[in-house]
Design a protein around this ligand. Structure first.
Ligand SMILES: [Zn+2]
Length: 409
């Protein structure tokens, strides 16, 4: 490692010290990242065995499936954009969901086959030979290339390859699908959320607090992990354009008008937000697609959690702690009497956007990003939900219970 890194460390140190007092990353991280890049599936297997038991993975998958169903149900009930609705629903139904890692990863034979062409062996006497180490990395690249070549002419196996990888460190952006760039704050935990070509992969980075925890009340998981997923569902049904700027089916110009009419409500709502510290108004024309997906996401997660609670009560013959099935939204739970379960659900949703931001960072975000700052992602989406106003008893006409609400899927 020394041979590879030392020539670069001084340059890197100089570079990073200009943007952060921390300077260069710890050696542990420096060593980890090349491994994640070069043998990602082996690293994922080791990590998964220790941190994502199969039952936890299945529970997370169940939440995702419930949110997906809730999202589809919500689409069915909407009476706007009638014409392409069936096609759009079919599109959502066909989305393949991978949770944590690809299924084949836990099969030793599959894992061995995947790496069969990789030569790991470095002779003892040549271990400090730079050329030998470079040869090793060249083998790794070759392996990646072989996999790409092996896919030519084959049908795409949506659950087979992950791109980016389950333990990928870094952010990428894909115009067809979507990478939530605001997830950067959790990238240090190998967090990445990826949606591409009718495939949605939820990496293990998302299956840990504050997004997911297997042994905490399930409604908190629905609010955080579920709403993330619902947000991505929202992206899957927004208008898309070809590289020649033509609308892709099932969208056409007539239907686009209906969509933009709905979108205009979000443009006005978010542009009206003024951030005092940044001394700027938000730009709803740039963020409306994200804002619409935020609302669709939390809405789908909420009704999915309600359905899950009903099923749980039916299965166990009991209700949620301190609740009667007829008043699920208002009952308080014993351990935290000041909060109802609905309130905790919305607090869990809001918590995932909680972070420190300097006024410069906020200014940058408002000026450049397609995402609104976290505070507005929370308040903007929740003020469009009457169920939130009801849960917190917000006065009619107040900021969080306005007379006019925007509607997403
Ligand atoms: Zn998004």
């Amino acid at each position: 490692m020394d041979i590879i890194f030392l020539p670069f460390t001084d340059i890197q140190q100089n570079f990073y010290s200009t943007e952060s007092r921390e300077g260069l990353k710890a050696m542990k991280k420096q060593c980890l990242e090349p491994l994640l890049q070069s043998i990602p599936y082996l690293m994922t297997r080791i990590y998964a065995e220790q941190h994502l038991p199969m039952n936890e993975r299945n529970n997370a998958r169940h939440i995702i499936e419930m949110v997906k169903n809730s999202f589809i149900e919500s689409m069915r009930k909407k009476n706007w954009i009638d014409e392409p609705k069936r096609e759009l629903i079919e599109k959502v139904e066909q989305i393949n969901i991978n949770v944590g890692y690809p299924d084949w990863l836990m099969d030793d034979k599959n894992l061995e086959n995947f790496h069969i062409n990789l030569n790991y062996t470095i002779q003892e006497k040549r271990k400090n030979d730079t050329l030998t180490l470079l040869q090793y990395y060249s083998n790794v690249q070759e392996l990646k290339m072989l996999h790409l070549l092996s896919q030519i002419g084959e049908r795409v196996n949506k659950s087979h390859f992950w791109d980016p990888l389950p333990l990928h460190v870094g952010a990428t952006y894909d115009y067809v699908g979507h990478i939530i760039s605001t997830f950067i704050f959790c990238l240090k935990y190998f967090c990445l959320h990826f949606f591409k070509n009718s495939q949605l992969a939820i990496p293990m980075g998302l299956l840990q607090p504050p997004f997911y925890e297997d042994d905490r009340p399930f409604y908190l998981n629905y609010a955080s992990l579920g709403s993330f997923f619902g947000h991505e569902m929202g992206h899957s049904v927004t208008p898309r354009y070809s590289e020649f700027d033509q609308l892709l089916p099932p969208w056409n110009m007539n239907i686009l008008k209906d969509y933009l009419f709905k979108a205009q409500c979000f443009v006005s709502q978010y542009t009206n937000y003024y951030d005092k510290e940044a001394d700027l108004h938000l730009d709803g024309t740039r963020t409306f697609e994200e804002d619409m997906s935020d609302l669709a996401g939390i809405q789908a997660a909420y009704y999915a959690y309600q359905e899950a609670a009903k099923r749980l009560a039916m299965t166990n013959g009991t209700n949620l702690p301190g609740q009667s099935s007829s008043s699920m939204t208002t009952q308080r739970i014993q351990e935290l009497p000041e909060f109802s379960i609905d309130m905790l659900f919305f607090i869990s949703f809001a918590q995932k956007w909680c972070r420190f931001s300097t006024h410069v960072q906020t200014r940058m975000r408002i000026s450049k990003s397609v995402h609104s700052p976290g505070k507005y992602r929370v308040n903007g989406a929740l003020s469009n939900l009457d169920i939130f106003a009801k849960a917190f008893n917000c006065p009619i006409g107040s900021a969080m219970n306005p007379a006019k609400r925007c509607e997403s899927w």
